[in-house]
Design a protein around this ligand. Sequence first.
Ligand SMILES: Nc1ncnc2c1ncn2[C@@H]1O[C@H](COP(=O)(O)OP(=O)(O)OP(=O)(O)O)[C@@H](O)[C@H]1O
Ligand SMILES: [Mg+2]
Length: 456
Amino acid sequence: MMAALLTGLVSNTLYAQRTRQDSLSTEKLAASAAPFFAAAQTEALHEALTTAASELGGRLLVIDLDGKVQMDTFSLLDGKRLAVPEVVEVLTTDASHAYGIHPVRGVLSDNASDAEDYAALCAARMTSSGQTIGALLLSAPVTELHNAIVTVERQLLTVFVAVAAAALIAALVFAVTITRPVKALTSTIRRMGRGDLSARVKVRASGEMKELADSYNAMAEKIENFDRSRSQFVSNASHELKTPLATMKILLENLLYDPDMPSELRTEFMQDMNHEIDRLTGIITDLLTLTQIDSHDAELHAQEVDLSALTEETLHTLRPAADKHGQRLFVQLAPDVRIVGDPSKLTQIIYNLADNALKYTPEGGEIHITLSAQGADAVLTVSDNGIGIPEEDQAHIFDRFYRVDKARSRATGGTGLGLSIVRQMVQLHGGAITVDSVPEKGSSFTVTLPLQKGVH
Ligand SMILES: Nc1ncnc2c1ncn2[C@@H]1O[C@H](COP(=O)(O)OP(=O)(O)OP(=O)(O)O)[C@@H](O)[C@H]1O
Ligand SMILES: [Mg+2]
């Protein structure tokens, strides 16, 4: 459509230009030739028109009011009647000139070889003293103009076909490059939706598509990890719960099938069972705490807490255990270190760290606990000179159920949940926890908690 429109526009412009030129020169000629025609100076008229005709590259005819040809520079139609519409228009109406394009044959010539040719006919009124005395007709071939237009048309058409083809190819390429990654992404999402969490998108695209695929893959990775850790958590938890239950069953069966058991042994078995029940209760309490934090149900009953007093209180409950093992507690607490936090959760942080220090330090060991305000943080350190933690385990001790030495922990009753609870609670308070430990030399845990603004 654009091509047709443009070529139409171009040919119209070219024709209009030609019309203007022809009309102008015919009118000028008519004005200059009129006196000769009026005065019947045939010789002079003929000479003037012949010169002009050759200059214009056409044929000139003078037609009188009766429509008869009075002069033809080709000398073919002299004396004949000529009913060319343009001439009729000029002679019968007020128009000073008229213009039209006609096939040459039948109008100005009967020559069959001219069949293909078109001529531009331009008629102009000839006047003398205000009276119309005839018309001057210019007939010029338009083959050149026609050829020029055809050339322009062809060139435009070629350009448009090329542009259209290029646009089509570009659109196809674009559609393929856009839809292929989207398709890949969609099929991967479907696979994930069906439960295959290992599905990842392989996209070689760039820019936004790549960003989208990368983000999606990152999210898929997270979901897969989450799913894995959740099922691991469930299996670990079941395993931990199974062990005390199995122990209790053996104890109970012993009691059941041996009614003659001495009463001291019976009491001992009962005490063991009581101990296992305590252990079970402890594990379940820990598990509940963790799942509560996970489901964001754990509310932070935040209030201003005197961390110094809270630490002192918590350590008080642990002193008997330390004394029992001949361990010495060195406590150095800066007074009045206040933070905003949840007292029960803060107690749990202090208790679990101190409990570990006692558990993993041999008899007669030393445990140092300090609390101070450093800059914008309250800093609590719990150090011992116990068994220490190997370098490679240090990154994992905050994971759920992670124990460095399973056998030894089992003997001390550890489940591997204490530190993961500590870390979650420290994070809940906007703080951080780090460990520094050397095997056989001891461990040091440092907790930093943001101080309440303006307090202390
Ligand atoms: N102070 C320490 N010295 C040496 N090893 C430690 C110390 N604290 C923790 N660990 C190691 O890190 C592991 C994880 O500690 P965590 O408190 O999470 O679990 P636990 O003490 O085994 O059990 P729980 O605290 O749930 O009863 C422990 O099993 C132990 O191997
Ligand atoms: Mg512990």
